[in-house]
Design a protein around this ligand. Structure first.
Ligand code: PHE
Length: 445
């Protein structure tokens, strides 16, 4: 594979773009709300540091050593280490995860387009009370054609960027979009600190009440750490394959993880300040952000435009992440079938679009359909990937790097400092696999 990021900064921007997305702004607040607040955030932070960061380094390293799509990279490296070429199945497992994530992700990405258009065209006069926003959201979900329109737009615009290739598509999009998002999020947080109930939000999100730990909270926090860091499915592996030869991985990964966590905490604080100020229900589920933020925007000076800008940037964050899900699939398909990039993007887009349609119907026409006894189609797809496919993929990635591959010859290409390098090896070999296994077992018993 010949494509490379043009600089270390571009690599950091693109990987941060993959990590920072709907997971931070849409998912993190409602997961925290449903899982005990501070205790979820505390576990999530521990998992990011002890398991997420070492796994992310491992995944990017596989990409850089293999320099190919995830399946081929794993096969090549396994063979050269004298291990079974069956490790390539891990690449397929990750690809399955990416297909599922991209499908439901596009539905929520579509919601942001819908809200953006609503704010820009109709303003916020009809969205001033908590009740009217709730009603608007219900009507928004109830109309499958409306959701279908936005989902289709989101999916095909994502695949359009991917079809353009690494430098003119992926790299350019992230360099422009990411800094804008940070700025708007910061302004939103300052605003909610001033007008919202910041003290309660802070207390709720950042004071761990350990008595609230349950196996479900543990597995949700672990899954969320994998989801926000975009690890366990091979997306970061492929981004690592485009890494210029001399870039050390460790320091870049720490920047990416720090930005990822900061965005999540900022959004959580902004959203919960408003939730508490307006006495909205904490456990608002996947609709939380869409029900809370319009209330805040409608009371802000120039709120219509600020709201539109927010949803525009949310859309950008969602795009950069969904690009990172589609890219590995497109690369895999072009390598396997020899079809060109544009055609492969079209096939990936169509397949994920179709699955996404099933997910969006679970908000209306198929709302009664249950899978595995209790989940609707959307939550089944979201929970299966987040809590099972990504962590199990991550487990196999760390086992592969920690126990199958030989220790990297030139350690400075991974982490320059010897002590940090040794710590990373220890985390990858022992702590990360044990941690993931314990979480899985906890959840089974
Ligand atoms: N990290 C992305 C987010 O937080 C989601 C993602 C998951 C991206 C898996 C790529 C792979 O929104």
């Amino acid at each position: 594979m010949k494509a490379r990021w043009s600089s270390r900064l571009s690599f950091i921007m693109a990987t941060t773009g993959a990590a920072v997305g709907l997971g931070n702004i849409w998912k993190f607040p409602y997961m925290a709300g449903e899982n005990g607040g501070g205790v979820f955030v505390f576990l999530y932070l521990c998992f990011v540091v002890l398991i997420g960061v070492p796994t992310l380094i491992a995944e990017i390293l596989i990409g850089r050593l293999g320099r190919d799509n995830s399946v081929k990279s794993l096969r090549k490296l396994a063979k050269s280490a004298g291990a079974s070429p069956k490790w390539e199945y891990l690449g397929w497992w990750g690809a399955l995860g990416l297909v599922l994530v991209l499908s439901f992700y596009s539905v929520i990405g579509g919601f942001s387009i819908g809200y953006l258009v609503e704010m820009a065209l109709h303003g916020l006069k009809h969205l001033q009370s908590v009740k009217s926003v709730e009603l608007f959201f219900q009507q928004f979900l109830a109309d499958p054609y409306n959701l279908l329109k936005w989902h289709t737009l989101f999916m095909f615009s994502t695949l359009g960027v991917v079809a353009l290739g690494v430098r003119s598509g992926l790299e350019r999009a992230s360099n422009i979009l990411m800094p804008g998002l940070f700025l708007v999020l910061f302004i939103l947080m300052v605003y909610s600190v001033i007008v919202g109930n910041f003290a309660m939000a802070f207390d709720f999100l950042l004071k761990p009440r350990l008595e609230l730990v349950t196996p479900m909270v543990v597995i949700n926090a672990l899954g969320h750490a994998f989801f926000t860091l975009a690890i366990g499915a091979g997306a970061m592996l492929v981004y690592g394959a485009y890494l210029p030869q001399k870039t050390p991985i460790g320091s870049s990964v720490c920047i990416i993880a720090a930005l990822d966590v900061l965005v999540a905490i900022f959004s959580g604080l902004a959203i919960f300040s408003i939730v508490f100020a307006y006495q909205l229900p904490i456990a608002g589920g996947p609709g939380l952000m869409f029900k809370v933020l319009p209330v805040a925007f409608s009371h802000m000076p120039a709120g219509q435009w600020f709201g539109a800008l927010f949803f525009l940037l949310l859309l950008f964050a969602a795009w950069t992440s969904s690009i990172s899900m589609a890219e590995p699939l497109v690369v895999l398909l072009t390598d396997r079938s020899k079809m060109n990039r544009t055609f492969a993007a079209l096939i990936v887009g169509l397949s994920c679009w179709l699955l996404g349609v099933c997910a969006l119907l679970s908000f209306n026409v198929w709302s009664e359909v249950r899978l595995f006894g209790c989940y609707n189609i959307f939550t089944a797809m979201a929970d299966l990937t987040t809590n099972i496919i990504l962590p199990s993929g991550g487990l196999l990635f760390v086992l592969f790097v920690g126990w199958v591959l030989p220790e990297p010859k030139d350690r400075s290409l991974v982490i320059r400092n010897v002590v940090w390098f040794q710590l990373w090896r220890f985390l990858v070999r022992f702590i990360a696999p044990a941690g993931i296994l314990v979480c899985f077992i906890c959840n089974l018993v």
